[in-house]
Ligand binder design. Sequence first.
Ligand SMILES: Nc1ncnc2c1ncn2[C@@H]1O[C@H](COP(=O)(O)OP(=O)(O)OP(=O)(O)O)[C@@H](O)[C@H]1O
Length: 285
Amino acid sequence: METVVLSNISKKIKGKEIIKNVNIELNGSVGLLGPNGAGKTTLMRILTTLIKPSSGLIRAGELKWENKTEVRGHIGYLPQHFSMYKNMTVIECLNHIALLKDVDTGKRHNIIQSTLEEVNLVNVQSQKMKQLSGGMLRRVGIAQALIGNPKLLIIDEPTVGLDIEERVRFRSLLRRLGQNRNIVISTHIVEDIETTCDKICILKNGEVIKFGTKTEILDCVKGKVAEKSYLLEKVNLDSLRVISTKESEGEYIVRYFTTNDKEDNIVEPTLEDAYLFLIQEREEV
Ligand SMILES: Nc1ncnc2c1ncn2[C@@H]1O[C@H](COP(=O)(O)OP(=O)(O)OP(=O)(O)O)[C@@H](O)[C@H]1O
């Protein structure tokens, strides 16, 4: 799909401005990152045409978001809370979705089998939904979103409810899927998008506070993160803008934001540091 361009998108619900003048371009894999209540789900719902913006336009080449039915034919959506009938088998569920999406009857079998291969679920296709692990269920969610070969895949909170191993596996699936289609992943977990997305959009209180590549986001905090060890009894954290603390062999290792870029203890920042910095900076304004 061509680049999806959001121009001046705002959304008011019950008099409250939930999305404020968002201007972004979605191309490749984009991670939408923000704390709870930032407006991620609302923006995703606008993108899927489930709700209309109060003002602003969305376009992808000739495709206009006012033409809901046409746009929906190009979009695959995995909502945060995906569920299907528990007593249906995986294959029955996907057949049902293919029917709803009007997939040609003659092609249905092949399309479903290649989708199952893509998400690595061929071996469990005859199992009932209630027998699947959380990770497998999310993969069925991806499979249903992929049917119809959408050009834009939208995924809300991809790893919620998954254990660590499932998270890692699911992220590598997302990385693969993002190689040949546009994909938007909304999350409040930095690790979900750190290795899966080309670009990151940080949202807070309905506003985009930063949009760029991982390198561009990291640049905001270069020279501003330091780490130092303190003896446990001597540590006084009040004077520091603490990011995290770790206890190790009678010492406290403190990671903090510094305003002195000549400081000896400067370390390489992580994306998590940059996200925290940008979010907090906004709080202080
Ligand atoms: N239908 C609605 N009526 C009233 N307020 C709403 C409605 N939908 C969203 N909001 C408010 O808009 C803000 C943004 O909500 P949204 O669910 O989009 O955020 P989010 O970033 O997805 O957060 P979370 O991760 O907690 O779902 C919140 O303050 C929420 O309470």
